[in-house]
Design a protein around this ligand. Structure first.
Ligand code: NAI
Length: 328
């Protein structure tokens, strides 16, 4: 279509934004034939820096970039948007308890949810990258009663991509050989990358690897703690890969998943796999015509059950905290 798709990005002057905006503008999200309009939200003190980024977007002369608007008022910036990529969040400061962190983020995601409810386009799709992503998404969703809850999601695609890369390295396969990877649960250290349903060149990944000790002692912790390993190495958090995963997530949601494969998205549970209804938890999903469906009927063994339950329990704890705080 030649009508531009309007994409909002929050925290646009931040590290992820610096990579994400240029990928979107260059056509990585919806292809070279689909113009996009960027709507960029920042806090007031960051608007000057954001103006600098917009100068660089101008200087890139992207043919697919149909326009850019910036501002600090979500009800203006989100007006008519089709996709909202909520990246800006409050990081954990020194001495900050989990409850303080959730409360500070509630101050961001509750008003943004309300603004989306008021002014976003009818087909709005919301992706939360800013941490704690799953519970931030739950806060935004709870504050947007007129938007179907299925239009809210949180990013576990970076974990999914990391899980694929580590499995490819272990098996000597290419990333393209790997299908049906799943991240279950929360985007946190409790997440569960599942090799029991993944396939390498059509072969079951857990059977191919055949090493439960490696799976438990190396693979799962390496994927779950990859963010910390990158901070250690780079002296800064993963920004380009987080931006890339945000693109993958939003693109698959808009354009669909490949035949014979699925992806991982944190979406509102309908009770599938005994994940309590209403929690925003990561599942294997397929997407068709812009609608996701949780893959049904996977057999969950005792080991996987324990891992999923532990992560879901953490999500329930976060939900209970934000409920007590009156954020949902
Ligand atoms: P950053 O600190 O460089 O940028 C965040 C930006 O958000 C800042 O420019 C800040 O001014 C802005 N911001 C804060 N409050 C805002 C508000 N109310 N409205 C609009 N903008 C606001 O952080 P970075 O590296 O870009 O990361 C952003 C978030 O993404 C963090 O919460 C980080 O933990 C998370 N993240 C999530 C990943 C995932 O896989 N889900 C992976 C990597 C990072």
């Amino acid at each position: 279509s030649t009508t531009p798709i309007k994409v909002a990005v929050t925290g646009a002057a931040g590290n992820i934004g610096y990579s994400l905006l240029f990928r979107i503008a260059s056509g990585a999200l919806f292809g070279q034939d689909q113009p996009v309009e960027l709507r960029l939200l920042e806090i007031t003190p960051a608007l000057k820096a954001l103006e600098g980024v917009v100068m660089e977007l101008d200087d890139s002369a992207f043919p697919t970039l149909a326009g850019v608007e910036i501002g600090d008022d979500p009800t203006k910036v989100f007006d008519g948007v089709n996709h909202a990529l909520l990246v800006g969040a409050r990081p954990r400061g020194p001495g900050m308890e989990r409850g303080d962190l959730l409360e500070a983020n509630g101050g961001i995601f509750a008003p943004q949810g309300k603004a989306l409810n008021e002014v976003a386009a009818d087909d709005i799709k919301v992706t939360v990258t800013g941490n704690p992503a799953n519970t931030n998404a739950l806060i935004a969703q709870s504050n947007a009663p007129d938007i179907p809850s299925s239009r809210f999601s949180a990013l576990t695609r970076l974990d999914h991509n990391r899980a694929i890369a580590q499995l490819a390295a272990k098996t000597g396969a290419t990333v393209a050989d790997i299908k049906k990877m799943t991240i279950w649960g929360n985007h946190s250290a409790t997440q569960y990358p599942d090799l029991f349903h993944a396939e390498v060149k059509g072969q079951n990944a857990a059977e191919l690897v055949n090493d439960q000790e490696w799976l438990e002692g190396t693979y799962i912790p390496t994927v779950a703690k990859r963010g910390a390993a990158i901070i250690d190495a780079r002296g800064a958090s993963s920004a380009a890969s987080a931006a890339s995963a945000t693109i993958d997530h939003a693109r698959d949601w808009q354009l669909g998943t490949a035949e014979g494969d699925w992806t991982s998205m944190s979406v509102v549970s309908d009770g599938s796999y005994d994940v309590p209804e209403g929690l925003i938890s990561s599942f294997p999903v397929t997407v068709k015509d812009g609608e996701w469906t949780i893959v049904q009927g996977l057999e969950i063994d005792e080991f996987s059950r324990g891992k999923i339950d532990a992560s879901v329990k953490e999500l329930e704890g976060e939900r209970d905290t934000v409920k007590k705080l009156g954020l949902i």
